[in-house]
Each structure stands twice: as structure tokens, then as C-alpha cells.
Write a protein that binds this ligand. Structure first.
Ligand code: ADP
Ligand code: MG
Length: 239
């Protein structure tokens, strides 16, 4: 079950508290967006779920398995989570096929299985003609599709996205939003998506968590957030 649970999670760097008591349950197959201005703690939250940061207090569960807690810490490579970040999304020294194959190769899957799975994903991503192409020869949108393919190939059921479209132009951004949404439905994956872009959040999410200064301001469907903002911060943010 690709659920994610945060219990009482806080995060401090030195003396500054970055995340205040984050409690949440993300359901299997849900599209969750963490929305808020720059510096509000979105990336830090995502990095704790991924295992790149350890919460200062609290627990994180993936499915029934505790991956982070007082005396538990499962490292990122053992959490079986796909990730697409804004930068360094693809390995520049590997061609498209090898980029997508990477998660399977490090798990030492049989060659035939790797070939089959990677080719299926590349076809899905419209990249079948680019197997041998190096990322530098691809457009921004194609590179993000490679990153997405690599995240999906391991069939982990959970995908974390940190502003994956912010370096793309407006037209391409819109197109990629649709594609990500379609992929999510097709593969029934749980997505935690970070953005500061309200339109993106409203367009894609089942539920939005609005954050400000490390504090969750409101949790709701896009409609609920837009129609009944919980406080002045949310009201101004959506204005
Ligand atoms: N490794 C770190 N050490 C100290 N402060 C950090 C570190 N990572 C993030 N921060 C601080 O935590 C706050 C939240 O950052 P971040 O999670 O990146 O916000 P967002 O992704 O919403 O822009 C910022 O004030 C940032 O400077
Ligand atoms: Mg960030």
C-alpha cells in the first residue's frame, strides 16, 4: 500500500524551527500538493519523506512500515520511492535508455526484464526514438520525461516531485501537467507534488496542503481551498 503517514513531524536546523508539527495521511493513489511561498518548508518536508533529512521529532510511515522515528531510519535507497526534482533530474553522462534503466540496474534485475520495462516506459513517454540519445541533446520537456520515466520504472507506487516543471516554458508546463496527471491515473501512484504555483496545484491535486513558515494553514480539495480559505494567509495566497 502506497500510503504515507506523518505523525507529529517537526524539523529544526540549529535553533530555527523549519517545520511545525506536521500530521498527515496521504492515501494510496492520492495526488497531494504541498503549496506555499518560497522558504515555507516544502522541500524540507519532501526530503524527510524521501529520507534525505531526518525529522527532529516524530515518525514517518510508508504503508505500514516505519521509515523514520526515534530509533528507526531507513535510508533513501531502501524506501523504494520515485523522485523528480527541479534540477539534476537526469544523469548527464548516461543516454536515455541507461538513465531510465538505472533503478533496475542497481537492483541487479535480469537484462531481459530491464529491456522490457525500459522500452515500455520509453514508449509511454514518447521517447522510443531516443534510447541512445544523450540528455544534452533533448529539450527540457523531454529531459523531464526521462526523469519521470526513471521514477516510474521501479514501480514503487510513490512519486515525489519538487517543482519539476518550474524550468519549463508556460506552454510546455501545461502539457506536462496533463501528462503527469494521466500517468498518475494510469499507474495509480501516490504523488506528493511540491509547488508555489497555485494554478498547478489546483489543476492537478486531489488535496492541497497550504503551508506558511512551516505551519500547515489549510488542507482541502482545490475547490475547498478556493471557495473557503481558512484564514487571511490562504485568502491572500489564492488572490
Ligand atoms: N540544510 C539546511 N540548513 C539550514 N537551513 C535550511 C536547510 N535546508 C533548508 N533550510 C531552511 O529551511 C527553510 C525552508 O526551506 P525549504 O524547505 O527549502 O523551503 P521551500 O522548498 O518551501 O522553498 C528555509 O528558511 C531554508 O533556508
Ligand atoms: Mg523548495
Amino acid at each position: 500500500m502506497a500510503t504515507i503517514t506523518l505523525k507529529n513531524v517537526t524539523k529544526s536546523f540549529g535553533n530555527s524551527r523549519i517545520i511545525e508539527k506536521f500530521d498527515a495521511e496521504f492515501a494510496d493513489g492520492e495526488f497531494i500538493t504541498l503549496l506555499g511561498p518560497s522558504g515555507c518548508g516544502k522541500t524540507t518536508t519532501l526530503r524527510m519523506i524521501a529520507g534525505f533529512e531526518k525529522p527532529t521529532t516524530g515518525e514517518i510511515f510508508i504503508g505500514d512500515k516505519k521509515v523514520s522515528g526515534e530509533d528507526t531510519f531507513v535510508p533513501p535507497e531502501n524506501r523504494n520511492i520515485g523522485m523528480v526534482f527541479q534540477s539534476y533530474a537526469v544523469w548527464p553522462h548516461m543516454n536515455v535508455f541507461d538513465n531510465v534503466a538505472y533503478p533496475l540496474k542497481i537492483r541487479k534485475r535480469p537484462k531481459a526484464e530491464i529491456q522490457e520495462k525500459v522500452r515500455n516506459i520509453l514508449e509511454e513517454m514518447g521517447l522510443s526514438d531516443y534510447e541512445k540519445t544523450m540528455p544534452s541533446k533533448l529539450s527540457g520537456g523531454q529531459q523531464q520525461r526521462v526523469a519521470l520515466g526513471r521514477a516510474l520504472v521501479s514501480e514503487s507506487g510513490i512519486l515525489l516531485c519538487d517543482e519539476p516543471l518550474s524550468n519549463l516554458d508556460a506552454r510546455l508546463r501545461k502539457k506536462m501537467r496533463r501528462e503527469i496527471k494521466e500517468i498518475q491515473k494510469k499507474y495509480a501512484i501516490t504523488i506528493v507534488y511540491v509547488t508555489h504555483d497555485l494554478t498547478e496545484a489546483v489543476d492537478m491535486s486531489d488535496r492541497i496542503f497550504v503551508l506558511n513558515e512551516g505551519v500547515v494553514q489549510q488542507v482541502g480539495t482545490p475547490k475547498e481551498i478556493l471557495e473557503t480559505p481558512a484564514n487571511d494567509f490562504v485568502r491572500e495566497f489564492i488572490f
